[in-house]
Design a binder for this molecule. Structure first.
Ligand SMILES: [Zn+2]
Length: 167
């Protein structure tokens, strides 16, 4: 979704082509797949935590059909400047480290399409990968995000290929 627009229901959610295959590849490689998202729409009263949980469950169902799964979802339900978990702040990585003590920032990669994603990964010392979904999906700050990121790819599939083959 573009900046300022919100996915509020599964009907609005689109799994991009190649995403289930890319996630399945990460799963087969034994890597953790963790999704972190800012859900300021909750603080704005546009949807609820239950709505987000329902979308995550539907996404998980649709991935499982293709032998893929996400290991954990974390989201920040807060408004700006209210917490330590709204990306680019590190709170969601700290939550993930509590649940998966074996993970470390230096062996993790942050893949995203927004500046807050890339800044989040950079601040933590992760490898960062910007996905450029094309002009329609490009968010404010995308140019800066592309510049800042360690890698730039057109799709998650391409990014996963690079991450797994370049070590
Ligand atoms: Zn938060």
């Amino acid at each position: 979704m573009p900046e300022g627009s919100y996915v509020t229901a599964w009907a609005d959610f689109r799994v991009l082509p190649g995403v289930p295959e890319a996630v399945a590849r990460l799963n087969r490689a034994g890597l953790r797949v963790i999704v972190v998202s800012n859900q300021r729409g909750i603080a704005l009263g546009l949807y609820s935590e239950a709505d987000v949980a329902a979308i995550h469950a539907k996404l998980q169902d649709s991935l499982r059909v293709q032998a893929a799964h996400v290991d954990a979802f974390y989201f920040c339900p807060h408004d700006k400047e209210q917490c330590n978990c709204r990306k680019p702040l590190p709170g969601m990585f700290e939550q993930a480290m509590r649940d998966f003590p074996e993970i470390t920032a230096s062996t993790s990669a942050m893949v995203g399409d927004s500046l807050s994603d890339i800044e989040f990964g950079k601040r933590l010392g992760m490898r960062t990968v910007f996905i450029d979904g094309g002009a329609e999906q490009r968010k404010a700050g995308a140019d800066q995000a592309a510049e800042l990121a360690d890698g730039r790819f057109a799709s998650l599939q391409d990014a996963v290929e690079a991450l797994l083959t370049q070590g």
